[in-house]
Design a binder for this molecule. Structure first.
Ligand code: EPZ
Length: 456
């Protein structure tokens, strides 16, 4: 389908398939013809059309606790963390800490990490492959032990995911980083503060540079730093451990190195992406919810976009109450951007809401080069989508129908769940291992809001 002057690539719908009787074979796997039997409990079965209603609290933030676990390596004494989400990525982080010689324990949503005996400097390749954000251990391990070994995390479903900015900053602090194929070896004889400028406010690069600079001699100025709330949470944690950091939340961080850090007790911030996901799911199902346990200001431009779509919001210090109209209207054009812009991690879920919102929504994905993979499955549910490079044009339809679906990445999976909640009929969603990386017991949270969702 062509729009005048623009070469639009229609997203080709796969053949529509009714969700099958439950035979332990996840529909989406059979849909893909792989025939692979997903073990029981690895699919969601969702019957859509029920407005979400009620009040829920979010969990601790995945994208905050992961760098904080890495920062624990810098400390000489134990770290006690509260609001630790029970996610597969949490487990991987604890296994990395143990491989470095830390002793760790996790019970309910509390974790204790004793880094006093850190001796290791090799971040296990298999754990890096399991969780690409393990690269954030590079700076802290090298700062604490004098060296670090890491295999390049490589790309993922979202695109190339290079770490060149991480390495540029660490080298500026005095690290030698040898790259042999996929292997990195970083080492130094003492780190020295530097004046570093990031050409792009990379979250991971800011975290890695920050965690090395806190033990460097002298002052580091990090210009063009990421301003995300998770960076601010990490800085709060590090200051409580004795680090000298000012400027967090702004584009320039000033870090005055200290000889050592001591562990502390700290509660991880509420997950703003989980909160945004739940609010948008409530909005697109015509619901009325209260989402608690996070700072609404952390959601950047999300609340403004929800208001443009017709949702009525009451915003408090640590919660948002939302009531939705019968049908949302398009917010117009939404571009993802670094904080305080519209978060890229919320873009897939927004696209699911846009699929049913009156009018045409234009979404620009400016952070990752491949974050529209979920859209073809929304088309399978009846959505009207056209993609032109990093821009998606989504014309809202009156209704979506359930289908056999498969999550291909974390937030794309959340988008499929959101669409299934609002669709007519039954959907099955496989690939839950992606969703479980970032949403703790999502089916329980949604069931508590009245959704008809279960694991099969
Ligand atoms: C963090 O990833 C988050 N992950 C991502 O959340 C989030 O989408 C992203 O920040 C942006 O907010 C964690 O915190 C664990 P970046 P990160 O470095 O640090 C390019 C989720 O769904 N880049 O800000 O990898 C990069 O390719 C995940 O929870 C370089 O080119 O993000 C990307 O296009 C997904 N060179 C862009 O910058 C570098 O050295 C943003 O990357 C680093 C990044």
């Amino acid at each position: 389908m062509q729009t005048k002057g623009v070469n639009m690539t229609p997203v080709s719908p796969g053949p529509y398939r009714e969700a099958p009787p439950c035979e332990g074979l996840c529909r989406s796997c059979r849909a893909e013809g792989c025939g692979k039997k997903e073990e029981a409990g690895r699919c969601f079965r969702i019957r859509g059309g029920r407005p979400l209603k009620g009040s829920v609290s979010v969990h601790g933030a995945k994208n905050s606790v992961l760098p904080i676990f890495a920062a624990a390596v810098l400390c000489r004494t134990p770290v006690h963390l509260a609001r630790v989400p029970r996610l597969s990525d949490t487990g991987v982080s604890l296994r990395i800490l143990e491989s470095l010689g830390c002793i760790s324990a996790l019970s309910e949503d509390e974790a204790v990490v004793d880094p006093s005996a850190v001796t290791g400097s090799r971040i296990p390749d298999r754990l890096v492959r399991e969780m690409r954000s393990s690269s954030v251990f590079l700076g802290s391990v090298a700062a604490r032990t004098g060296e670090a070994y890491l295999c390049l995390p490589g790309g993922c479903e979202l695109g190339a995911r290079p770490i060149d900015l991480h390495l540029m900053g660490l080298r500026a602090l005095g690290m030698t980083i040898e790259e042999k194929g996929e292997k990195l070896h970083a080492y130094h004889n003492g780190l020295k503060g530097a004046d570093i400028t990031l050409p792009f406010p990379s979250v991971g690069a800011t975290e890695n540079i920050l965690m090395a600079a806190v033990l460097a001699k002298g002052r580091t100025v990090l210009r063009g730093a990421a301003r995300e709330p998770e960076i601010q949470d990490l800085c709060r944690f590090l200051r409580r451990c004795g680090a000298g950091i000012v400027g967090d939340g702004g584009p320039v961080l000033y870090i005055d190195g200290v000889p050592e850090l001591m562990g502390c007790s700290y509660a991880v911030m509420g997950d703003r992406i989980e909160a945004a996901t739940l609010l948008i799911a409530a909005a697109v199902t015509g619901g009325e919810v209260e989402v608690r346990g996070f700072s609404p200001a952390d959601t950047g431009a999300v609340l403004g976009v929800l208001r443009r779509m017709g949702a009525r919001l009451r915003v408090y210090r640590d919660r948002v109450q939302l009531s939705a109209p019968h049908r949302l209207i398009t917010p117009g054009r939404v571009d993802t951007a670094p904080f305080p812009g519209f978060p890229t991690d919320v873009q897939p879920v927004l696209s699911a809401a846009a699929a049913l919102a009156e009018g045409e929504t234009v979404i620009g994905e400016n952070i990752f080069d491949s974050r529209f993979k979920h859209l073809s499955q929304l088309v399978q549910m009846g959505a009207d989508v056209r993609i032109d490079g990093r821009t998606a044009y989504i014309r809202g339809v009156e209704s979506l129908h359930g289908a056999g679906l498969k999550a291909l990445d974390l937030r794309g999976g959340a988008a499929l769940v959101t669409a299934a909640l609002a669709a007519e009929g039954e959907s099955r969603i496989g690939g839950l291992q992606h969703i479980e990386r970032g949403y703790e017991r999502l089916e329980e949270t949604l069931s508590a809001l009245g959704a008809e969702i279960e694991r099969v």
